[in-house]
Design a protein around this ligand. Structure first.
Ligand code: GUN
Length: 296
């Protein structure tokens, strides 16, 4: 079997186009422009790239983008004061504090100081609790993107066996909650799981989010299964730097029914879903109906 390739780049472009249409409608019908504020502390090169991409994508769909770049030695009090001012700013509907923060700053404290209604990352403890209890929340962007692609490929996910490999707060745990919300039978596996390959072979949907390059090989995959690769790992191969996922693509694609590539799979969906979440937050803040197909 050769797997169908789930094109995340195309899918993300489609999500961004849907957001753009809704943003234009908000402006024309209500005179409202959604706004996203991104806070970057320090000069971590990877974070700078992410923040630049977020800024460009935000403007592209017609939203307002507010960038706040702070020095690496910014105090916790100053960062908290900035978040409070963004919480109070009616032009800001979404707030994202880029992680990781420098070590002297308490990430949990900072994230939990964001107004949950503006927490477009879905990392605030209130949103984590709301998602866990099946209530309306802001949903973390990467798992939301995975869910959108899975729904598109399968239609209903009800009754399917889903195995999520990885138990991070940002991907593994919320992914499992979302799949449970769509009535999958969900297993969360991780580095300490016994006979991981056998557990994964039980999966109709296999989500790899472990952060270990090419760890999930074809013998972990049930024939015909859908494989979602969340991993983004830089490795050296043949004297070059290469981007690979947590899935060994060639061997997994030979067994799977559908698979996301790296790059061009889950990655582009994260920013697209950040824009979708900002739109959702803006609609909720203004008492307007939420955009269809762009939320969990
Ligand atoms: N750093 C890398 N990815 C992310 C993300 O999705 N959100 C935040 N806040 N920081 C990140």
């Amino acid at each position: 079997m050769t797997a169908k390739v789930i094109d995340g780049k195309l899918f993300a472009a489609n999500v961004r186009a849907q957001v753009q249409v809704q943003v234009a409608k908000l402006r024309e019908e209500h005179g409202i422009q959604p706004g996203l504020a991104v806070v970057l502390v320090g000069e971590d090169p990877a974070s700078q790239v992410y923040v630049r991409n977020k800024h460009a994508s935000t403007l592209e769909v017609g939203m307002a983008s507010f960038e706040h770049r702070l020095a690496i030695d910014t105090s916790e009090a100053d960062l908290l004061a900035l978040v409070q001012s963004l919480n109070a700013d009616p032009a800001v509907h979404g707030i994202l504090v880029q992680l990781p923060l420098p070590a002297h700053l308490n990430s949990e404290l900072i994230i939990n100081s964001i107004d949950p209604a503006k927490d477009v990352d879905g990392f605030h403890i209130s949103n984590v609790g709301l998602l866990g209890t099946g209530q309306k929340s802001m949903v973390p962007c990467t798992p939301l993107g995975c869910l959108m692609m899975l729904r598109d490929h399968h239609g209903s996910l009800a009754g399917l066996n889903a195995v999520v490999v990885g138990r991070s707060n940002i991907v593994g745990k919320p992914m499992a909650q979302l799949l449970l919300g769509d009535s999958c039978t969900v297993t969360i596996a991780h580095s300490r799981t016994k006979d991981l390959a056998a557990v994964c072979r039980g999966a109709d949907i296999l989500v790899a989010a472990v952060g270990r390059p090419e760890m999930i090989t074809g013998d972990f995959v049930k024939p015909g299964a859908t494989v979602i690769d969340v991993g983004i790992n830089r490795i050296e191969r043949d004297g070059r730097t290469k981007l690979v996922g947590d899935v060994d693509y060639a061997s997994a694609a030979a067994v799977a029914g559908a698979i996301t590539p790296v790059p061009g799979g889950v990655g582009p969906m994260t920013i697209a879903c950040l824009l979708a979440n900002t739109l959702t937050a803006c609609c909720r803040a203004n008492g307007l109906p939420e955009p269809e197909g762009l939320t969990a």
